[in-house]
Ligand binder design. Structure first.
Ligand code: NAD
Length: 365
């Protein structure tokens, strides 16, 4: 039988967990299984220096368990940097549940998952991610207090997506200011890829400011709905990466910035919500820099959602949340300038600031 290969790694030759590229110094990885409910979940705790590891739970029909493990490790590492750069006293973690969220999710399965989260005694705090809704977090809340993003009627902060969308808008404005010299998006042509929860809010803010928005989505119904509601144009071209636009906003999937797409891109700014947009951080960050495309690091500008759930943990007000989310504008601008001064990619500059904060805290301990 052929060895399974993930990202060019022959799994027969490497240690299956500690040896994975994405393992990157994880503190703890927890495998959760329950025969009765069919639960198969993995919780990744990447780093808890700044505080308890917080990150959402994703339910996805992974093609293999390796793919699920790789995903949770990459996402949980990303949360460490996101929480650190946003200035939150939180470490990075994430969970994945293997299965189809539409057909395999049940209240029993969510409660069983919640019990596993509870068994970690607050070292990991969960929230919603792809395949999860606020009501699922309400179910998890029945068995553990280590969950955020529960319904407002239960004292929670509700759906984080509108706050995420607002933060991405702020990051986009900062990147536009840096590249075009003006922070208004009026008259700018912007392509939004994926008009789900976050994408729609982003479209709304851009349209309110007078930007011209083109949208793409694999869901035709959704495309028509968002187009009608916000006056956005459905992108008609064959290849979205060749679109003649000023700004490209990936709000659907990760890894859309890669060898193939960078060559085609005409946009001068990339600012969107999707996690892990660069297929390979160093290589593709550098290729963007060489091409003069300004990249607003995803983990920096999509932090609105985590700011929202952090406020729930700390009892902050809605105004506090919006103020802190608005500050993504200042942080983004600062990092873009810093990257230029130090002649490094924006991704690297942002990660360095986050890592410095973690190292400083570690040294204080
Ligand atoms: P969502 O599931 O509501 O929306 C995603 C949309 O993308 C859907 O409409 C889907 O049909 C579309 N889509 C999927 N594949 C596509 C493709 N190949 N081309 C075009 N469209 C496609 O998700 P969301 O909550 O809006 O999140 C969007 C992205 O932002 C995700 O990558 C998510 O991980 C990230 N993110 C979300 C939050 C949050 O608060 N929701 C926070 C941080 C990061």
């Amino acid at each position: 039988m052929e060895a399974e290969v993930i990202k060019g790694q022959d799994l027969k030759k490497i240690a299956p967990v500690f040896g994975q590229q994405s393992f990157d110094d994880h503190e703890q990885v927890v495998f959760c299984y329950d025969k009765e409910t069919g639960l198969k979940a993995i919780i990744g705790i990447h780093n808890s220096v700044l505080g308890p590891a917080l990150g959402g739970t994703r339910m996805w029909n992974y093609e293999s368990e390796w793919e699920a493990l790789n995903d949770v490790l990459r996402l949980s590492r990303g949360m460490t940097f996101k929480n650190a750069i946003t200035g939150l006293d939180l470490g990075g973690g994430k969970a994945v549940i293997i299965g189809d969220a539409k057909t395999q999710k049940s209240p029993e399965l969510m409660r069983r998952f919640g019990q596993f989260v509870d068994s970690l005694s607050g070292k990991y705090i969960t929230a919603e991610d792809v395949g999860m809704a606020t009501k699922d977090m309400d179910t998890v809340r029945e068995v553990t207090k280590h969950v955020t993003g529960i319904s407002e009627s239960l004292g929670g902060s509700g759906n984080p997506s509108p706050v995420t969308g607002y933060g991405v808008f702020m990051g986009m404005k900062a990147a536009a200011k840096y590249k075009f010299g003006v922070d208004t998006l009026e008259g700018k042509k912007i392509l939004v890829q994926g008009v789900g929860n976050v994408g729609e809010t982003l479209v709304k803010h851009i349209r309110n400011e007078g930007g011209e928005v083109f949208i793409t989505d694999i869901n035709q119904e959704r495309l028509e709905e968002v187009s009608k509601k916000h006056g956005a144009k459905i992108y008609e071209g064959e290849d979205i990466y060749t679109a003649d636009v000023d700004i490209y906003a990936p709000c659907a999937l990760g890894a859309t910035i890669n060898d193939e797409t960078i060559e085609k891109l005409k946009a001068k700014v990339i600012a969107g919500a999707a996690n892990n947009q660069l297929a390979e951080e160093e290589k593709h960050g550098q290729l963007l820099l060489d091409k003069g495309i300004v990249y607003a690091p995803d983990f920096l500008i999509n932090a609105g959602g985590v700011i929202n759930v952090y406020a729930e943990l700390k009892g902050f007000t809605r105004e506090d949340t919006m103020r802190q989310t608005e500050n993504i504008y200042n942080t983004t601008l600062e990092i873009l300038k810093k990257a230029e001064e130090s002649n490094m990619t924006t991704q690297k500059a942002a990660m360095k600031i986050a890592q410095d904060r973690i190292d400083q805290k570690k040294n204080e301990k």
